[in-house]
Ligand binder design. Structure first.
Ligand code: GRF
Length: 207
């Protein structure tokens, strides 16, 4: 049984996709130990609550400085001891000590085809605004393992989404979630739960 902790900041539609996939058997052999949000008002916490999943808020704002938060967050994760940590729209930078403690065991979803439109400052609607500004014809989403860089770890899977002529950042964000994120993230978790992924020389291979 793969034990996971899901970290969230917002509405939690990716969390919902994971919970639904566990319920309908698209993800097998997996259990959500806890959902952690950095934002007490996140809709994602309510979604976890309604399924009876242990959930709580842990925000950098409640600590004297970032290092204190980093250590407390890492300690909490170590205590929960999941097999993997899933970042489902989590807007806090993962502490370096946690990246080390969970080497290649933290999975993130990013709403573009990495290495386009990623890195510092590329989150939320900004990603889609930049894609439209640049006039790309195809965008998408990427699931990847987290390393010390920003959106730089080994890529697990990607899925493309076509840009439409009258797209707005909002319409594009919605389509990228529907056509890519909600499919990719559950698939990646199922692949990990069933031992289908292998990392060699910094690259992920699917068996
Ligand atoms: C998604 O677009 C995700 O790619 C990004 O943040 C958004 C989270 O949405 N990192 P939700 O909270 O899962 O609904």
């Amino acid at each position: 049984m793969l034990k996971i902790v899901v970290c969230v900041s917002g509405g939690g539609t990716n969390l919902q996709a994971i919970m639904d996939a566990i319920d309908n058997g698209k993800i097998t052999d997996t259990q959500i130990l806890a959902v952690i949000s950095n934002n007490a008002g996140a809709g994602a916490l309510k979604r976890a609550q309604s399924r009876g999943i242990y959930n709580f808020c842990m925000s950098p704002k409640s600590y004297p400085d970032r290092e204190a938060f980093n250590q407390a967050f890492t300690d909490k994760m170590t205590e929960l001891a999941p097999d993997i940590v899933v970042l489902a729209g989590f807007l806090v930078k993962i502490p370096p000590q946690m990246v080390r403690a969970f080497n290649n065991r933290i999975v993130n979803i990013h709403p573009s085809l990495i290495p386009s439109f990623c890195g510092v400052g590329y989150y939320g609607l900004k990603v889609h605004e930049k894609a439209l500004e640049r006039g790309v014809k195809v965008t998408g989403a990427t699931v990847h393992f987290v390393n010390d860089g920003m959106d730089e770890g080994p890529i697990i899977a990607q899925r493309s989404v076509m840009i439409e002529e009258n797209d707005t950042p909002e319409s594009l964000q919605r389509r990228v979630m529907e056509q890519a994120e909600w499919i990719l993230l559950p698939q990646a978790i199922d692949d990990i739960a069933n031992g289908r992924l292998e990392i060699r020389d910094g690259r992920v291979y699917r068996r």
